[in-house]
Design a protein around this ligand. Sequence first.
Ligand code: ATP
Ligand code: PAF
Ligand code: BAL
Length: 308
Amino acid sequence: MATETAQPRVFTDANGIRQFSRDQRKSGNRIALVPTMGYLHEGHLSLIKAARDMADIVIVSIYVNPTQFAQHEDFGVYPRDEEGDMRKLTSLGVNAVFAPLRLYASGSSAAAGSDAGNVVGAGEHQKGAHETFIQVEQLQQPLCGKSRPHFFRGVATVVAKLFNITEPDIAIFGRKDYQQLLVLQRMARDLDFAVEVVGMPIMREEDGLAMSSRNALLSSDNRQKALSISQSLQWARKMVEDRSAVSPSELHDAVASRIAAAGGRVDYVEVVDGSSLEKIQDVTKQPTLIAVAACFGSVRLIDNIELS
Ligand SMILES: Nc1ncnc2c1ncn2[C@@H]1O[C@H](COP(=O)(O)OP(=O)(O)OP(=O)(O)O)[C@@H](O)[C@H]1O
Ligand SMILES: CC(C)(CO)[C@@H](O)C(=O)[O-]
Ligand code: BAL
């Protein structure tokens, strides 16, 4: 006989989910939050399974956050699939979903019902609208911060709001977005959030491509070419293990040239210290991260490999 899984409770307003969380805590339950932008794949589901192991109650948030997008970026075409997401969350036994329609206070003349006016550069600040932002001043600067200077300010701000709204004990993020994880751990430490921020391993497709909601936007040709990212990172790891190249510049060149040869536009390839994200001289001296962002067509993908 098929077993029935209960539908998660769905909340679209902050007060509702906060009350749910407080009631759960009063009953002695430990609460995990998994923040997402939806269009869920196995990468997200691995975070949810980890959350289930680490807590009694799992809350998943689904919200495409405008303040981490600039106007020229893909906020408008970011993939969405509410029904598919709900099916997956139900099958995993998630307890509650927080899917707000808007999360930012609007100004007097803002369009009702949507947060899209909060995309960075989308319009004039409305009188009375949201105006408070968090910046993790150093960690937000390198890697993705260079080509997306608005990005971590938006991420830190929305995650702080999600923490304040859902009051979790623990929050789970993926190591694919490695810099995001470090930024959020630093924010939680510096601002005394009583939330443990935990990172989980990168989930990959069988052929090695890092799972990402944006993969759905790739043409099949570019999907194939994008494999050069994970393949070149594996190649770099092998070069280090074989000691055939250990200098950061050799690693950079090997990775960047492979991606470019496949037809990708390299945004960055950085060989950095895994904690500070500062450039390093010698990959054998500290835990090292090789981080990549590259575009295939109009789709920007990120990936990384940790060398210990
Ligand atoms: N392949 C993956 N393995 C593990 N965690 C992942 C993976 N992809 C995304 N995550 C994590 O899921 C959480 C939500 O991410 P998000 O909803 O932006 O999905 P995404 O696939 O990263 O989307 P995008 O295509 O915008 O990069 C983040 O903590 C992110 O690091
Ligand atoms: C953490 C996050 C949900 C904030 O919008 C987003 O950046 C993401 O999905 O990685
Ligand atoms: N997971 C990354 C979200 C973004 O690129 O906006």
